[in-house]
Write a protein that binds this ligand. Structure first.
Ligand code: 5RP
Length: 218
């Protein structure tokens, strides 16, 4: 599938940002899976990884890459992760894979966030992709009512429990013209763990893979 070729091109291009003997921050998703496979080829050069999900941890370990608890590491020079949408300021929507909270935590620790994506992820205005919000289960209806007040249509993601034991509301029909303000406003709602806007701290580099193997750097 051509989209996979584009994802793989972006993932492989991220390898050159990895510093020798470092702990690598690793995100979640199908694009990141290509990155993990590429990282396995240079695993002798790194100390190990910090992972943003149980799924990525399992894949890293299957390649023999040591996975560290975030609390046990001093620094993460580079974090590599995908996105569901990016605007031209490298502000992102993430969380399609429900790993947004741990992704945001590792992003906060990392010195550089290298985002890997295929061209379909680049948009003019964020919000076509429904915005994931991780919510404490007992607060689901309260948070949904507040999200409606902010202009969105929240939909409970059936059958999904996050790695942290919470639920996801996907917010449809929001044209997010002021991503930092929206990220802050949603995080103020009691019961929200975090939301999938990575605007206050977005990516530092966006690698857009193409199906012919070329990679555009933004
Ligand atoms: C997971 C994420 C992913 O990075 C995002 O959903 C992109 O996934 P993919 O690489 O499969 O398109 O935020 O929570």
């Amino acid at each position: 599938m051509s989209q996979n070729l584009a994802k793989q091109a972006a993932a492989r291009a991220a390898i050159k940002y990895i510093e020798d003997d470092s702990i690598v921050g690793v995100g979640t998703g199908s694009t990141v899976n290509f990155f993990i496979d590429a990282l396995a080829e240079i695993k002798g050069r790194i100390e190990g990884a910090v992972s943003s999900s149980e799924a990525s941890t399992e894949r890293l370990k299957s390649h023999g890459i040591p996975v560290y608890d975030l609390n046990a590491v001093d620094s993460i020079p580079v974090y590599v992760d995908g996105a569901d949408e990016s605007n031209r300021y490298l502000q992102l929507i993430k969380g399609g894979g429900a790993a947004l909270t741990r992704e945001k935590i590792v992003t906060a620790v990392a010195e550089k966030f290298v985002c890997i994506a295929d061209p379909s992820k680049v948009v003019g205005c964020l919000g076509e992709f429904p915005l994931p919000v991780e919510v404490i289960p007992m607060a689901r209806s309260h948070v949904a009512r507040q999200l409606v007040k902010l202009g969105g249509d929240p939909v409970y993601r059936e059958g999904v429990i996050t790695d942290n034991g919470n639920i996801i509301l996907d917010v449809y029909n929001m044209k997010i013209e002021k991503p930092i303000e929206m990220e802050t406003a949603i995080n103020q709602i009691v019961g929200v763990v975090t939301n999938g806007l990575f605007a206050e701290k977005g990516a530092d580099v966006l690698l857009i893979g193409k199906e012919d193997g070329e990679v555009e750097i933004l």
